[in-house]
Write a protein that binds this ligand. Structure first.
Ligand code: SF4
Length: 324
């Protein structure tokens, strides 16, 4: 089904530019040959390094390589690209059975009002779901659009689309990567995941273990002397100004701090650099999902730096919103 949709979307394009760059998420790599064949008149080059989000557009590199245009699959625009870029989100069209499942599961929750969010994958179905829910007297509250996210859409690091902080949050999607971010933010709202594919319903509970791990890392970093501040060059992740502010703050408090830059932020690139711990300004999920296993030294997030010097500060989860 994705394959047919992909072909349909490509055939709709009337691209005359050449050469062009093509960027696809991991899930579409299996269709690389089909995509390259469909674009063969445009002298395509395919970027094969992993692309996990719209934060990772290759428009700058494509320009450096002489491309006249970039076709980016799987995401919406997040940044202003430096060359003409066509975004092809590829949304999954839910069947009547899948839509009915979603509505009947929401009905079972006996709620009158809800926040409704999803990922780019199901976003095109949201309007239909809202209409179906309205027929059941269930109101979906208003949601906000920004430069990074459309209404009712969330990223693994950006739930700013949710403006109502009282009604429960229903997330339509698969897995817990995006839903966990809603739980981490923890506004005290229930977060319920409804997966139309696996036909499952799950309430997201962020256990004390998450908080314990965060406070443990902050506790160790308090006594550290040398900090590496990690900065990614990915366009939707780069937060150099924030990194500089953090460096200043650390130095004002008697610490040494160095800004360490890479495209992917990975432990193997940090081998041999003699710092005691890291502050991550790149994808926030590197800290929350992998922090204790992905890095050999303690790593804290941007929002945790203040807690090193002021125990009364509230622990907040790092988000990359349009304000960066
Ligand atoms: S920064 Fe991380 S969580 Fe945010 S969009 Fe990029 S990959 Fe996803």
């Amino acid at each position: 089904m994705i394959k047919e949709q992909l072909i349909k979307e490509i055939k709709k394009l009337k691209i005359i530019e050449k050469p062009i760059g093509i960027q696809i998420p991991e899930g579409l790599k299996q269709y690389s040959e089909i995509i390259l064949e469909l674009f063969k008149e445009n002298e395509p080059i395919l970027f094969v390094d992993p692309c996990y989000g719209a934060c990772d557009s290759k428009d700058k590199v494509a320009k450096d390589l002489g491309c006249k245009l970039l076709v980016h699959f799987g995401h919406y625009k997040m940044n202003i690209p430096v060359i003409e870029t066509i975004y092809i989100p590829i949304s999954y069209e839910l069947s009547k059975t899948e839509l009915d499942f979603i509505v009947s599961e929401i009905k079972k929750l006996k709620l009158n009002k809800i926040n409704l969010v999803t990922t780019i994958q199901y976003l095109e179905n949201i309007k239909t779901i809202i209409e179906l829910l309205l027929k059941e007297n269930i109101i979906v509250v208003e949601s906000k659009e920004s430069l990074r996210v459309k209404k009712h859409m969330i990223l693994g690091c950006d739930a700013s689309t949710i403006i109502n902080q009282t009604e429960p949050i229903i997330f339509i999607g698969d897995g817990v990567f995006h839903a966990n971010n809603l739980g981490f933010i923890n506004n005290g709202q229930d977060v319920i995941v409804i997966s139309p594919i696996s036909k499952s319903v799950q309430k997201i509970e962020i256990t004390d273990t998450f908080l314990r791990k965060r406070y443990a890392a902050i506790g160790i970093c308090k006594h550290a002397n040398k900090f590496g501040i990690l900065v990614s060059t990915k366009q939707g992740q780069i937060r150099l100004a924030i990194a500089r502010n953090i460096k200043k703050k650390l130095e004002e408090n008697g610490k040494k701090a160095y800004i360490l830059v890479s495209d992917y932020v990975k432990q193997e690139y940090l081998e041999g650099i003699k710092v005691d711990c890291y502050v991550n300004t790149a994808c926030p999920r590197l800290v929350y999902d992998d922090g204790t296993i992905a890095f050999k030294k303690p790593v804290i997030s941007v929002t945790e730096v203040d807690l090193l010097f002021d125990e009364d500060k509230e622990l907040k989860v790092d988000q990359i919103t349009s304000d960066i």
